[in-house]
Design a binder for this molecule. Structure first.
Ligand code: HEM
Length: 422
């Protein structure tokens, strides 16, 4: 029987009362993210019981894992902690009617060896030399957008900047018809919203959007078959071992790239605006020292943690840091909390541009599933910050932003801002 190492800190298992369904450590509840009050809840867990079990949540029973080293440890054992039963807190929707219980196969939700084979096809699109190749186009698009923004007038940063730039990026990556690019945003939002799994009606609506995306991408696939080798991701798949994959696998992997690259980078761009507003001294430091931009990118991604969690499923009965875990148990790795772990980070709640070793965060995960698009996300953010600095533009956030109501995508739906120059 496999055994995960025991941590030094004492841990206890908390089993909640199912009838109440309102346990203070049930951090699957969307309200705590909309109202931005998750911080003290996770802090309490890290102090009192870094690993604990919640029973009877809207998503069923699950284990919370809240500390940095324990999350890393679990991610380093992919045979014991599988991704194949899903990567969010949503468990197999067995109660849904059969026509609604459709799972697209995606390599993020696969184990070895299938995961390795499929990741290998995609990974060459994200090498440092590919990033070089794309830099000028992304920089130019970013510059063009910034040049259209009004200074001294209110507008929504999320829609005008974060969504537009990330959607443009995906359109470049897929060589997707430019005028239809907002469809990518729409499909991604439907796919990434795990709350849709909670009712039959919303699940049905979600599937309609997935099928619409499926038909659209099938058309693109047929067109690209004629085109021969090209660097866009669809052509890459066609000209690889994935050529003979079934339509579901093709769709699943495309959807993975759309969802993976969309909400996450979008919310990092919004976090740049909001985070700098929260730490005005750091903002000034950044404005005076543009060489801090690469560190700022890392800090913003850590501080925001655009995906609050990933889930693993135990493949056998074993002891996990002293807790008896059963085969099939859902284990939720809360990156959001690991990135604020005071035993790993000094001043974890601050954006601190001179933080020693700024890239050591969990936002991109760890181990064999570590985000394949991390370099691209960092590139987009770096170029945004560089082009803002060139124009000496500052984003001033007005009031509180509106936040995504979910425990998976951690971000903003609306953020009123006004630009000024410095
Ligand atoms: C700041 C932006 C981003 C964040 C925070 C982020 C976060 C993550 C996380 C947490 C994982 C799972 C890691 C794990 O299970 O250990 C992941 C995997 C993945 N991400 Fe990202 N991501 C970002 C941007 C992107 C972009 C731009 C793309 C592509 C366009 C992308 C595509 C993927 C893919 C394909 C996977 C699956 C990798 C695998 O299973 O091997 N991501 N990402």
């Amino acid at each position: 029987m496999a055994t995960a190492a025991k941590p030094e800190a004492p841990v206890e298992t908390v089993v909640t009362d199912v009838s109440e369904n309102a346990h203070p450590w049930d951090v699957s509840v969307a309200a705590i993210y909309v109202e931005d009050r998750w911080q003290p809840i996770f802090k309490e867990m890290r102090e009192k019981a870094p690993i604990n079990k919640v029973v009877g949540s809207a998503y069923g029973d699950y284990w919370n894992v809240t500390t940095y080293k324990e999350i890393q440890h679990i991610e380093a054992l992919p045979d014991l902690y599988s991704s194949a039963k899903g990567i969010t807190i949503v468990t197999d929707p067995e109660e849904l009617p059969e026509d609604l219980n459709i799972q697209l196969p995606m390599f993020i939700a696969m184990d070895r060896p299938e995961h390795t084979e499929q990741r290998r096809v995609i990974a060459p699109a994200f090498t440092p030399s590919e990033m070089e190749r794309m830099t000028e186009e992304v920089r130019q698009r970013t510059a063009e957008l910034l040049d259209t923004l009004p200074v001294g007038e209110r507008f929504d940063w999320v829609d005008t900047v974060s969504i537009e730039l990330t959607t443009q990026m995906l359109a470049i990556l897929f060589d997707f018809p430019w005028e239809d690019r907002r469809k990518l945003t729409e499909w991604s939002d439907w796919m990434g919203d795990i709350e849709n799994s909670l009712t039959e009606e919303s699940r049905r609506e979600q599937l309609e959007h997935i099928f619409e995306a499926g038909a659209y991408f099938q058309r693109l696939w047929d067109e690209r078959l004629e085109k021969g080798e090209a660097p866009d991701l669809i052509s890459r798949m066609i000209n690889s071992d994935m050529r003979n994959m079934d339509q579901f696998t093709y769709m699943g992997n495309l959807m993975l790239l759309i969802v993976g690259g969309n909400d996450t980078t979008r919310n990092s761009m919004s976090a740049y605006a909001y985070g700098m507003e929260q730490f005005p001294e750091e903002r000034e430091k950044l404005e005076q020292n543009p060489e801090l931009i690469p560190a700022a990118v890392q800090e913003i991604v850590r501080w925001q943690t655009p995906l609050a969690h990933m889930r693993r499923t135990a493949t056998e009965d074993h002891e996990m840091f002293g807790h008896k875990v059963k085969e099939g148990d859902a284990i939720i790795l809360w990156y959001l909390s690991g990135n604020r772990d005071e035993n790993f980070f000094d001043r974890p709640n601050d954006i601190w541009l001179e933080r020693p070793k700024p890239g050591r965060h969990l936002s991109f995960g760890y181990g064999i599933h570590r985000c394949v698009g991390a370099r691209l996300a960092e590139l987009q953010l770096r170029l945004l910050l560089e082009e803002m600095a060139k124009r000496r533009l500052r984003v001033n956030v007005i009031g509180e932003p509106k936040r995504v109501p979910a425990c998976f995508v951690h971000g903003y739906t609306k953020m009123e801002v006004e630009l000024s120059t410095y």
